[in-house]
Design a protein around this ligand. Structure first.
Ligand code: ADP
Ligand code: MG
Length: 150
C-alpha cells in the first residue's frame, strides 16, 4: 500500500485501529522520519483518542492516549532512546504497565520481543518525495509465544 501524504498514512492507521483489541501489540518498523509516529497518531485517532499529541514523542518513552470517558484507548512506546536490555524494560514496568489497551511500539529491539511479541507488524519505507510504502502483517497466532500482559 502506498500513501502520498501524512494524512493518508493517518487514514490507513485508522483502518487498522478498527481491527485492534486490547491484546494487540503493533510494531512500527522504519527509519527516522519514515512516519511511525504519524501512524501511531492515526491509530490513536481511530481508537477514539480525544487529545491529539502535539509534540513528537521522541523525548518521552510511553505515551497514553485517552478516550472521552478517560479510559486509555492506546499506548505508544517509543524505545528510540532506551538501551535494548531487559532491565530497561523492567524499570518501565513492562509488560504489566501496558496491559488492557492496544500498544504501538516504535524501535522494537530484541529485549521487547521477548516480553511483548508483536501481533501486527507495520513497515514503512520512504519512496519518492512524500510517498511511503506501508505493509501491514498480522502475526500468526501460533507465533505469539507469550500473550501480552502475561
Ligand atoms: P518517525 O516516527 O518514523 O521518525 P514521523 O512520523 O515523526 O516519523 O515523521 C514523518 C515525517 O514525514 C513527518 O514530517 C511527515 O509530515 C512526513 N511525511 C511526508 N509524507 C508522509 C507520508 N506519506 N506518511 C507519513 N509521513 C509523511
Ligand atoms: Mg517517531
Amino acid at each position: 500500500m502506498i500513501t502520498r501524504s501524512e494524512s493518508e498514512t493517518e487514514a490507513l492507521a485508522r483502518e487498522l485501529a478498527a481491527e485492534l483489541g486490547p491484546d494487540d501489540v503493533v510494531y512500527l518498523i522504519g527509519d527516522l522520519g519514515a512516519g511511525k509516529t504519524t501512524f501511531a497518531r492515526g491509530l490513536a485517532a481511530g481508537l477514539g483518542a480525544v487529545a491529539r499529541e502535539v509534540a513528537s514523542p521522541t523525548f518521552a518513552i510511553l505515551h497514553e492516549y485517552a478516550g472521552p470517558a478517560g479510559a486509555i484507548v492506546l499506548r505508544h512506546l517509543d524505545l528510540y532512546r532506551l538501551a535494548d536490555r531487559p532491565g530497561e524494560l523492567a524499570i518501565l514496568g513492562l509488560p504489566d504497565a501496558v496491559a488492557g489497551a492496544p500498544l504501538a511500539v516504535e524501535w522494537p529491539g530484541d529485549a521487547i520481543q521477548k516480553v511483548l511479541p508483536p501481533t501486527v507488524r507495520v513497515s514503512i519505507a520512504p519512496e519518492k518525495e512524500d510517498a511511503r510504502r506501508i505493509s501491514i502483517h498480522r502475526a500468526s497466532p501460533e507465533s505469539a509465544t507469550s500473550p501480552k500482559g502475561v
